[in-house]
Design a protein around this ligand. Sequence first.
Ligand code: NAP
Length: 262
Amino acid sequence: MERVSIIGAGKIGGSLVARLSATGNFDLTVSDVHEEQLKRFAEGYDVATTTSNEEAAEGSGLILLAVKPWDVGRVLDEISPAIKGGEKAVVSVAAGVPISAIEGRLPGGAAVLRVMPNVCAAVGLGSAVVAANEPGGTYLPEVMGIFRHVGDVVELPERLFDAATALHGSGPAYVALFADALIQAGVREGIPRDVARRLVNGTIGGTAVLLKERAPHQIRDEVMTPGGTTAAAFVAMEKAGFVAAVYDGIEAATEQARRLAE
Ligand SMILES: NC(=O)c1ccc[n+]([C@@H]2O[C@H](COP(=O)([O-])OP(=O)(O)OC[C@H]3O[C@@H](n4cnc5c(N)ncnc54)[C@H](OP(=O)(O)O)[C@@H]3O)[C@@H](O)[C@H]2O)c1
């Protein structure tokens, strides 16, 4: 069994614990600063728990950091004594924390990988990108295998991580914002809220399946009858700057990810 430690049992770390433990292929240790958070995992899953990050790092070959970006430095200082050269790999999912910053706090030659997942991992439909330093390259298949348990994984050069963070890391929140706007718009036109929510959820879920088979413009053309309702909506949305707002949002999030790295 693969020995993996997950430091930080929050939204991303917790999703990984739940999914990986269900496979029965991993010997998992989870550490967090919150005892009550750990109790939930100790009782619900077949995992070892500890409040000592160093102990978690000592016990596994693969150490996954799932704490907020500003907590990464402190955790690395705690686990650094347990990392020897390329014998263990450290995998970080923190937004805006570059591989070079992680290497700088670990012994020379440490294997470091960076992954940008998203919260859809909680339902096994996550998207993730992964990059590695040179020693970390040998761990790529193993790490990609781990994240495949919670969704799709693709290798991406680290220089594109800030953009990917903006695109799919924050992505579920944009889709949720759009869903909420659609529901409110339906309510404004007189549709009962619960019916509007059901129709919008079904529409987004169904469109996500269609998008696996065809390009977005094909779906648009299938729906948009010349002179019809969809065309009228597109003109109104475009006049309000819908597409430009999406470009601006992704640019702002990419810049914010860069600022986090400074
Ligand atoms: N959430 C997302 O959608 C998303 C998407 C992509 C990437 N990420 C990245 O994933 C990482 C985790 O995000 P998250 O949303 O899962 O965060 P989260 O829900 O806040 O989980 C982090 C957990 O780690 C705990 N923690 C804090 N300091 C610690 C320490 N020194 N040792 C051990 N545990 C510690 C936190 O406790 P406290 O609550 O007391 O701090 C919390 O329980 C972040 O770096 C983020 O950039 C998140």
